[in-house]
Design a protein around this ligand. Structure first.
Ligand SMILES: *Cc1c(COP(=O)(O)O)cnc(C)c1O
Length: 414
């Protein structure tokens, strides 16, 4: 029998290569193994013995309440800006438009820095700090840079961010505002990643790139843990997730496996995971269709949904494995319609949906039309970021009221 005084400091047992299962020491700063990501593994049997899901009720809200399933030790200082929970919002009006009776949006746009990236960065920076890192660097096509900058500032660390030139302006400003050394690069996110890799020795920074260290994914895993708790341990039938580097989807799938091993889920059925991309950048959707385990780099990647503009993902096989194991699919939607879907969702429900999630609305339309999602299924769409960060996607010319004239009410009437 154990009580809180005899709990081990951490339930992490080791790190494990996602490619070949090689074991590496758990409590260590790591990057890739054979150029591919690592999993954090836990002693789930010990967690099962030492804690129950009912004990969560007495804990503070937010992602750190799942501490047994997270890598920090109890003695570590947590770098936090107040992560979650994000609300799970019922969307009956949008559901009716699409032909669904049970549709929810989990609104990650309400997290610190306006996207789910804060979960991963809170964890990665917490762990980097534990291992004495003073300087971090990363490539970012959007929200990761701002989140890294904010959490680095919170931890008193130095941060370098390299962004494609056409990264949304708000993402550029938020990184600069939080004091990160921020650079615009005339290339894509993979080119920015090369700068971070090549600069490692000279600049002595730690590479925070998506999946190049094992802890960001553990932060993103909390989306799945939180969703399970919010659904009263009955997971939905279908989850739609916009996919770039894939940590969100991979992390959630890992969360469900761990919860199942703990016996915390009330049903053995797990959601079908739907990985959504734009046809302007669809390496994962294409590999899924071609029944490949690894994705070919996508040429001339271009999409307004900047979080999806990842032409080559280092965790491609992890995304594809999760999608296939779940019985889900990966698909791409029409780039030209993304802002219309985004507008449809925001107009229908008032939830501040980003273009990436707009793509998920398009995917829903398609999957319902194809009969792959049935009207009575419980569907959760993740809104990964806040619409207001995408001024480029939402600018429009407003009609003007000229006060030097009499007000023309006929122009104002809808
Ligand atoms: C980063 C990002 C994504 C893609 O997330 P991954 O987990 O890397 O696939 C989707 N939407 C938004 C808003 C993002 O910032």
């Amino acid at each position: 029998m154990s009580d809180s005084t005899t709990l081990p400091e951490t339930f992490v047992t080791h790190l494990e290569s996602a490619l070949d299962g090689t074991r590496l020491p758990g409590d260590s700063l790591q990057t890739l193994h054979r150029d591919r990501p690592l999993w954090v593994r836990y002693d789930l049997e010990a967690i099962r013995r030492s804690c129950t899901r009912d004990q969560l009720r007495d804990r503070a809200p937010g992602m750190w309440r799942y501490r047994e399933l997270l890598p920090p030790r109890t003695s570590d200082s947590i770098v936090s800006l107040g992560e979650g929970p994000s609300p799970l919002i019922p969307c009956p009006r949008l559901g009716e438009q699409l032909g669904l009776r049970n549709l929810w949006i989990k609104d990650e746009g309400q997290l610190p820095t306006g996207s789910f990236k804060s979960r991963g960065m809170a964890m990665a920076i917490t762990m980097a700090q534990r291992f004495g890192v003073k300087r971090v660097a990363l490539p970012s096509a959007g929200n990761a840079g701002g989140a890294a900058a904010a959490y680095a500032a919170r931890a008193g660390m130095e941060c370098f961010v390299f962004m494609p030139e056409d990264t949304p302006i708000v993402n550029q400003y938020e990184a600069v505002l939080a004091g990160a050394h921020t650079f615009r690069v005339n290339g894509l996110i993979n080119d920015c990643g090369r700068i971070v890799r090549e600069g490692q020795e000279r600049m002595q920074w730690f590479d925070l790139s998506t999946l190049k260290e094992p802890y960001r994914i553990e932060g993103k895993k909390t989306m799945g843990l939180e969703l399970a708790e919010q659904c009263d341990w009955q997971l939905p039938d279908v989850i739609l997730y916009p996919t770039g580097g894939g940590t969100g989807l991979i992390g959630m799938w890992k969360a469900f496996a761990e919860l199942a091993a703990l016996g915390w889920l009330d049903s053995s059925t797990r959601p079908r995971m739907i990985s959504v991309q734009s046809d302007g950048c669809a390496p994962i959707a294409r590999a899924f269709q071609a029944e490949e385990r690894f994705a070919e780099p996508f040429a001339n990647a271009e999409t307004i949904a900047r979080g999806l503009r990842v032409p080559a993902a280092v965790g491609d096989f992890m995304i594809l494995d999760a999608v296939r194991e779940s019985g889900g699919c990966a698909l791409a939607v029409e780039e030209a319609r993304i802002t219309d879907w985004m507008r449809q969702a925001v107009t229908a429900e008032g939830v501040s949906v980003c273009p990436e999630t707009g793509a998920c609305i398009g995917a829903l339309e398609q999957l319902i039309a194809d009969g792959q999602i049935r009207p009575d299924e419980r569907v959760v769409v993740f809104n990964t970021g806040a619409a207001q960060k995408y001024v480029e996607a939402i600018t429009t010319t407003l009609p003007h009221v000229d006060l030097s004239q009499e007000i023309a009410w006929s122009d104002i009437e809808p």
